[in-house]
Design a protein around this ligand. Structure first.
Ligand code: ATP
Length: 223
């Protein structure tokens, strides 16, 4: 069984190819790094996987649900909202709301309903239950990062995606955040896909997808 299936995806900007024949699968509960130099196409590929951007060619499916080509942009949005948790490089917490308010809002927007018990349990899982009523500006960097991870988990996603979660961090904090993401994905039984150029994360992952000159090379991490 596969969580995510990407087949022969291609993308060009203004006639300049960025992705060519990109194919890979993610198994349920798998942990995968998407590695590539700056400008290699990682964010473009994540956008395509999330249904935020359409490829020129190719297919993307999450389970049985089509993301590309999608019946409509709204159909792709629905798959993303119901089944994906996304942690952006800039955390994008709403400053007017508490941490708990941010999580409840995300849940309502993505699923149409609030589940306060699930929100409280995710806050506990991430170790920030005691900061539930704090506003984002009052959080430490580490707490804000946990809040952003917690927000991605309140829909119990099948796929948890993070874009460059550690590039601005020192070594210890990079490993700590990687550990948090791995634990969070495991607790939610989600597949984890992290796009990064931070090779320090390699030891935490079982599979690596390397983008080079628009193509993906797939490898298993054995060390
Ligand atoms: N909307 C766009 N229009 C034209 N070119 C674009 C657009 N978005 C990205 N590009 C170009 O496509 C290439 C891939 O960009 P992308 O952001 O996907 O790479 P990346 O691997 O995520 O880079 P980084 O690690 O620096 O964030 C880059 O050369 C970028 O300049």
């Amino acid at each position: 069984m596969t969580t995510l299936c990407v087949r022969d995806v291609a993308l060009s900007y203004d006639g300049r190819p960025v992705l060519e024949q990109v194919s890979f699968d993610l198994a349920p509960g798998s942990r995968t790094l998407l590695l590539g130099a700056s400008g290699s196409g990682k964010s473009s590929l994540l956008n395509i996987v999330c249904g935020l951007q359409s490829p020129d060619r190719g297919e993307v499916k999450l389970g049985e649900e089509a993301i590309a080509p999608a019946r409509s942009a709204a159909a792709a949005d629905r798959v993303r909202q119901r089944h994906m948790g996304i942690i952006f490089q800039t955390l994008r917490l709403v400053s007017a709301l508490s941490v708990r308010g941010n999580l409840l809002l995300a849940q309502k927007l993505q699923t149409g309903r609030r589940d306060p018990a699930l929100v409280d349990s995710v806050l506990r899982e991430l170790g920030i239950a005691d900061r539930a009523h704090a506003r984002p500006f009052a959080l430490s960097q580490g707490e804000a990062q946990r809040a952003a991870i917690a927000r991605a988990l309140v829909v119990r996603p099948k796929l948890l995606i993070a874009d460059e979660p550690t590039s601005a961090l020192d070594r210890d904090n990079a490993h700590r955040v990687a550990g948090l993401l791995l634990d969070a994905a495991k607790a939610s039984h989600a597949s984890l896909l992290i796009a990064t150029h931070d090779e320090r994360l390699l030891p935490h992952f079982e599979k690596v997808l390397r983008i080079e000159r628009g193509r993906i090379e797939e490898g298993r991490i054995t060390a």
